[in-house]
Design a protein around this ligand. Sequence first.
Ligand code: IPD
Ligand code: CA
Ligand code: CA
Ligand code: CA
Length: 267
Amino acid sequence: MESSIQESIFEQAKRWVYQAGNLIKEQLHQDYKIETKSNANDLVTAVDKHIEQFFAEKIRTYYPDHLLLGEEGFGDHITHLNQTIWIIDPIDGTMNFVHQKRHFAISIGIYDHGVGEIGIIYNVMDDVLYTALRGKGAFKNEAKLSPLPRDVQLESSIIAMNSSLACQNRRVNEKKIQQLIKDSRGTRSYGSAALEFAFVAEGILDGYITMRLSPWDFAGGMVILHEVNGVTRQANGQPVQLLENNTIIACNPSLYQKLLDEYVELK
Ligand code: IPD
Ligand code: CA
Ligand code: CA
Ligand code: CA
């Protein structure tokens, strides 16, 4: 994508993200409808849907030749990557949104023919915007993020994961995950994949391991992490598939091979 086009789309997307953040804040304390999806803990609210519709209308008006892939179904049915695609999670961390009224984010990844051009993750309640343009670095608000250090050791690392990874589970060898918990300095679980990616990019987490993320969970984060030399791969070592669910290791480059070889074993 040409640099000037990339930048103008980015400026537009950023304006909409701030507007969407204000819409979320306005509705945060209202009596919005809450429903469940795949199970009783998989929540979706009227606000998630409203925000995705907000982006869908904007994109269709201003960029009629772009496509939208969104969690709540207001986007397009996408089967190939040969276009410009906005991959949007209107609220990442819906459980946090409902229960804590904080620690959730708007996440956007804009991909052109499969190449991640723009990443935006907005921590709405903290008013922190993580952004990246391909080839131009990653930012936390106005501050440029440093490339991740190359000499990080596991014993001084903090790794984010969903605690269910360490329980008996049919997808991953939980004994090795339990060993990872012992061998690392500490573990965290923030409840928003997008924020966990942003924190790895910022260097306040050293890795994030998680089962079966959807494209909208990682699309923005992957662009941001890439700009600071972070690694995002499937947990079997393969490249991430942008239109599929992926079990993911996102981390500092110095930890990737060790995590893959010694700690993450898929069943
Ligand atoms: C979820 C969050 C959560 C992760 C789940 C995602 P949602 O997204 O990112 O941290 O563990 O896999 O589905 O549903 O709140 O947008
Ligand atoms: Ca959801
Ligand atoms: Ca999500
Ligand atoms: Ca969501």
